[in-house]
Write a new protein. Sequence first.
Length: 323
Amino acid sequence: MKKHISRNEPRRGNALRRCFLVTYLYQRGLENGEWTTQAGASRALNVSQAELSMALRMGSLPEELLSIFADRTEISSHTVRVIREVMARDGLETVRERIRQHVTVGIQLPAKAVLALVKGRMSEARKVAASAGREQDRPIPRSQDLPMALFDRYHRGIVDGEWTSYSACSRALRISRRNISDAVAIGQLPPGVRSLFWESQLTFAVGRKLLAVERRVGTRELDARANKIRYIADKYTAGQVLRELNGENVPPGPFSRLRIKKGRGAGRLIIECDHPDFLLRYRREMEIALNKVVSKIAAAQEREKHSTLFQLIEPSQRPRSGG
């Protein structure tokens, strides 16, 4: 029986089909010596070799083509495969001609519209783009709990000449000036930081905490910390992500598995877990703890050996007590 998945529920399993994430994990694994071939990487990452190969080929697509994607992080291996097939069939210059107008004026489109454009299906591309535009132009909810929605609305108002300041925007939308100012600041956080959160998670409360961390550690350090946890962020709650970015120790939680077993050959002990990078942070502490265990075992064996030798000594040879 198939498990029902709500339309509104984020499908986290699809996250690893995104080319940018597959490429990031692949390169990281190469650097850390986790694998040396694409075959080994595909097994470890649980993606097919075809998906991995396509993800790594995303960077070979023309930059002008990549520039018209509204969000490059959403490009999938399927998207790359289709584009490459069209370029092989119709020719690179033909594809460039199809997208030239959009590149010239700087229009960005959702992936589905880009694919239609690349294939030469102009009417379909216009329909998808128009649909995406209508979705974007929908009025934001009066609750204004999502700062990114307010951030987008504020900038659309600037472009359309509706206002030129936070105060004017506040009066027009009847929203506090502080919320508008904070929404803009949250929207200007590094994309790598904002992408750690589901859209519904990035509330004003979370965003203001992110701004506080940014003020404390700086934008560059905050972005670096975000990059370190990107591969497991989708399994963290918003609170756990915030604690990681704040430099606090976050336990891996119930989604982690840990098992220690003997490896092949002498002198090998294997530690298996869902998130080895988390344990690697505490490698020194684990080495110290294991050394203590080994010392205790060695001391116990030494005591046992002395006890056995003492028992083998003849009673007449044992030192006599005084008397």
